[in-house]
Design a protein around this ligand. Structure first.
Ligand SMILES: [Zn+2]
Length: 131
């Protein structure tokens, strides 16, 4: 189904995606380079020396969770650019219906309409389908 977005609406959403991609790339670069930051390494070493493993583990876990959240969002943004390139941007990847413009404004990298997104999230919570 051809997208109902006007050229101007699409261009504005692409600009939003571009600025989100810039921000995410900068954040990821900063976070990844922070892993080699001598101050952070010193802090981690000190925690290990004082046997405070729980805190060190927690910090490492938090770093990884934050980085993987950004990486996941960047992946969604890149996937949205791929849909812009192949002309399917604004269509639900599951049912092919147009994603409402308001939803795209709120989340320009949205890949699904709301009912399909809710179904996908419910399926994720249940685990892989058993059929
Ligand atoms: Zn759908």
């Amino acid at each position: 189904m051809p997208s109902s977005l006007t050229a101007a609406e699409r261009a504005a959403l692409v600009r939003q995606l571009e600025s989100r991609r810039r921000t995410l790339r900068a954040e990821l670069t900063a976070k990844l380079s922070a892993q080699d930051n001598p101050a952070l390494i010193g802090l981690r070493n000190r925690m290990e020396e004082t046997d405070d493993w729980a805190v060190a583990d927690l910090e490492t876990a938090l770093d990884v969770a934050e980085v993987s959240r950004d990486a996941g969002e960047l992946r969604e943004v890149e996937a949205a650019f791929a849909r812009v390139a192949d002309g399917t941007y604004g269509e639900c990847v599951d049912c092919g219906k147009n994603i409402p413009h308001a939803r795209l404004v709120a989340n320009p990298s949205a890949a699904r309409c709301i009912p399909c997104q809710e179904r996908a999230e419910a399926a994720q919570r249940r685990g892989p389908p058993t059929l």
